[in-house]
Ligand binder design. Sequence first.
Ligand SMILES: *[C@@H]1O[C@H](CO)[C@@H](O)[C@H](O)[C@H]1NC(C)=O
Ligand SMILES: *[C@@H]1O[C@H](CO)[C@@H](O)[C@H](O)[C@H]1NC(C)=O
Length: 392
Amino acid sequence: MKYFISFALVAAAPFAAAQAPVYGQCGGQNWQGATTCVAGSVCTYSNAYYSQCLPGTATTAPSSTSTSSSATSSSTAHTIPFLGGVNTAGYDFSVATDGSFNGTGVDPPVSQYSHFAQEGVNLFRIPFAWQLMSPTLGGTISSTFFARYDATVQAALSSSSGTYVIIDLHNYARWNGAIISQGGPTDAQFASLWSQLAAKYASQPRIIFGIMNEPHDIPSLSTWAQSVQAAVTAIRAAGATTQYLLLPGSSYSSAATLPTEAGPYLLNVTDPVGGTSKLIFDVHKYLDSDNSGTHSECVTNNVDVLTTLVTWLKSNGNRQALLSETGGGNVASCETDLAQELAYLKSNSDNLVGFSIWSAGAFDSTYILSVVPNADGSDQPLWTTAVKPYLP
Ligand SMILES: *[C@@H]1O[C@H](CO)[C@@H](O)[C@H](O)[C@H]1NC(C)=O
Ligand SMILES: *[C@@H]1O[C@H](CO)[C@@H](O)[C@H](O)[C@H]1NC(C)=O
């Protein structure tokens, strides 16, 4: 999560266009825009909510006429179960988008893990500030902070026998204003943190390493992919050889820009243990007017963006992505849009392997995107209406 509005709407719906552009929407429930596509593309049914203009002709367009997960085997062995859950924020409080931090971290209430596990949640993402884990850049991790963080991780892991936990380094690719390997920390300093954490969790297969939260304004994406590779290599070398790893892109981990920005570079990241089935792209997408996650009202169900992402994942080795941040306010528009987004995700679980909602944890109940359970044990309306039905 970024704590301020930082970038503009990526694409506007072509309401006035006579013909929809390539990758534009051309049909779907309540769609009132163009239903024909520009030359060289064809309107392709994706699901009840969305049809999209895809390059090619009717006979060569990628087939996506099924809304359910493919039962046929693919070239990549996918063993990850569908993961659904929630972020529990607190150890990231006051990390700024320039990677600076002065805080102490706040412990997410551990009671939330059993609360959500009971409802079927099998994924928790637990953000932390780099500076808390490693007070000296490149140095030994803090045994005091690690003990505190790990107690929370263990509470999450033990909430059910199948629960996965994302260890989320919430630093925007930065330390105190400077970008890893692009004026800031060296790849070796970045890899050192991951090496030490991987050694701690090497024997726990249900840990997922979230290599970096929301990189943004990265001058060289090719250099960034090398930094990601350094983390991947360090994690495997430290003995954590079975775990899933989340590869972070750019533009705040944007699901919309992955195919055209960092994605082509991250496709070249290799896993020392072989294959790519454990290298999962980490994506975020909010549903408000500027995709910032700072407004209570939702204006999109994101099915257009996610459909484009699935097309890209399928055409690049049938890869996978995890939506580790999404959410909205406790209002009717978000109840509708988020439910549609999560329904789409669940029906495309071959490529979109799960989600975690932003956010529960140490937030006050007045936080605009809060899904923190109420004191009486009841849930927020958004959680009950739009999330619970789509848990695994
Ligand atoms: C850290 O503290 C300095 C000095 O008090 C302040 O200027 C800065 O905004 C703080 N940064 C964060 C991330 O809180
Ligand atoms: C990925 O690696 C291939 C093979 O080395 C190279 O041709 C290609 O340019 C690389 N892609 C990017 C985006 O750097």
